[in-house]
Write a protein that binds this ligand. Structure first.
Ligand SMILES: Cc1cc2nc3c(=O)[nH]c(=O)nc-3n(C[C@H](O)[C@H](O)[C@H](O)COP(=O)(O)OP(=O)(O)OC[C@H]3O[C@@H](n4cnc5c(N)ncnc54)[C@H](O)[C@@H]3O)c2cc1C
Length: 446
């Protein structure tokens, strides 16, 4: 059984001395930071991207690779539709086979009540011109001929998948070619200000002057922000994944029902994961943000499994310091890569469930298992905005779907940093919405 492809073992690819000054510093080398950095460098900005561990070592190298418009909160649908268009151009722009395939994503329903929920979402989404449609029982059986048990489905033919383990390293290479200075193993400890405005980032390897920084720190963003007095109600959940070796093709796309998700990878294997099972480690931020998250916790109660404490060094572990001196080692250096242990018992149950659903295929062999910490915000929408600290922009809280939306978020980051009106309406993603009583609407996501 192998580990996830990108770990702290082995040499980092991007090292070297730091520049004295740049136009924009990007904090975090996941797909969001890289897309933002690439977009800014393409416009001639001097950009430094600092990653405390390895590029794509956390969520961006651990996800299923789904690029999904279907089931999104309607507030996110237009920007996600733009992301799909941008993805279609990426294989050429990156000059690489990144496994991008528009073979559709399907949500399978076991009950008529679920079909009704699909129909309600579709009624909201249709005016945007999306190609989603409801499938009958017979059409669903034709799509997944080896399985049974579903009354129908919701299907979006233009939804896609790509290979995260391939895409993000290639993206880094192309961003570096475009001029982005990338440094791995280089944690940003904090920020310096002058006259109340950002004047530099302080990294473990030295200080770099800049008047703008983009925080794309994934699950670490709230911890970073809090050390500068900026509150963000962000929590993380653990999600486990397994991967089969290459198998004869029985389904070419990606699908899920209320219990599991399955997607065919470019290497001919399938990625299998529980759909409604995630683990939540209780820590100080869980209490601090309880009220904001109550609606989400209530809606998700049966799929959330509470654990009393996060592993040592995690962003919301009980012992993790919330403040530090910029001259000392920080929590970001002490935990280079969040590499949680997958829940083997749940993954074993998943195999059994899979065998019952696909009796002709039976229990699949498993080639690899891993887990990731998914960062979430109370309304499961990202935040892409200026912060109260002038010069600091945040692009975080991708809430489990940041891989697919990333190209459009990268573009939005460049718009915000350049002071342009973004081409997409980012109102739903503003920072201010977390202030008491303002704008946290009810989610329309499925
Ligand atoms: C199991 C799983 C399945 C998923 N499936 C899908 C899917 O199918 N489709 C989809 O769209 N999304 C999916 N997601 C979500 C998606 O992976 C994330 O939303 C996306 O990768 C977030 O990207 P990011 O760049 O914001 O964060 P990350 O990829 O987590 O990157 C943040 C980076 O910032 C670095 N960092 C943090 N603080 C500092 C600091 N102070 N200094 C320097 N570096 C720092 C971290 O080390 C990290 O590498 C899934 C996630 C998981 C875990």
């Amino acid at each position: 059984m192998t580990d996830v492809p990108i770990t702290v073992a082995g040499h980092p690819a991007y090292t070297g001395s730091l520049p004295e000054a740049v136009d924009v510093a990007v904090i975090g080398g996941g797909i969001i930071g890289l897309m933002g950095a690439w977009a800014l460098a393409a416009e001639g900005k001097r950009v430094l991207l600092c990653e405390k561990g390895r590029l794509a070592g956390e969520q961006s190298g651990r996800n299923w690779g789904w690029i999904r418009q279907q089931g999104r909160d309607i507030a996110e649908l237009p920007i996600m539709m733009e992301a799909i268009r941008l993805w279609a151009d990426l294989p050429d722009a990156l000059r690489a086979a990144i496994g991008f395939r528009q073979q559709g994503i399907t949500y399978l329903a076991r009950t008529e009540a679920r079909m009704d929920a699909f129909a309600r979402w579709l009624a909201l989404a249709r005016p945007y011109g999306i190609d989603t449609r409801l499938l009958s029982r017979r059409e669903t059986e034709a799509l997944l001929p080896n399985a049974a048990g579903w009354v129908g489905a919701l299907h979006t033919p233009s939804d896609a998948v790509a290979e995260p383990f391939v895409t993000v390293p290639v993206l880094a290479r192309v961003a570096a070619e475009a001029g982005v200075i990338i440094r791995e193993g280089c944690a940003v400890r904090g920020l310096e200000t002058s006259g109340g405005c950002l004047s530099a980032i302080v990294t473990e390897a030295g200080i770099v002057r800049c008047t703008q920084a983009v925080l794309a720190g994934g699950a670490w963003s709230a911890l970073f922000l809090r050390s500068h007095g900026v509150d963000l109600p962000q929590l993380s959940v653990l999600s486990s994944v397994s991967a089969t070796p290459p198998l004869p093709e029985f389904f070419g796309g990606a699908a899920c029902d209320d219990r599991f998700a399955i997607g065919r990878r470019a290497d001919g294997g399938y990625t299998l994961a529980p759909w409604s099972f995630h683990e939540f480690f209780i820590g100080p931020d869980a209490f601090r943000n309880l009220q904001a998250f109550l609606p989400q916790i209530r809606a998700d109660l049966s799929s959330t499994h509470f654990r009393p404490a996060a592993p040592k060094g995690y962003p919301d572990a009980w012992g993790t310091p919330r403040r530090w001196r910029l001259t000392d080692e920080t929590p970001f250096e002490r935990c280079r890569i969040l590499n949680p242990r997958p829940n083997k018992a749940e993954l074993a149950r998943l195999r059994t469930r899979f065998a019952k659903t696909f009796p002709k295929i039976g229990k699949p062999e498993i080639a690899a298992t891993w887990a990731g910490m998914i960062d979430v915000l109370p309304d499961a929408l990202p935040v892409i905005d200026h912060t109260p600290l002038p010069g600091l922009i945040i692009a975080t809280g991708m809430s489990g779907h940041g891989f697919g939306i990333a190209p459009a978020i990268g573009k939005a980051i460049a718009d915000i940093a350049q002071g342009r009106i973004p081409s997409q309406d980012l109102t739903a993603f503003r920072y201010e919405r977390f202030r008491k009583g303002t704008g946290l609407g009810q989610s329309s996501a499925l």
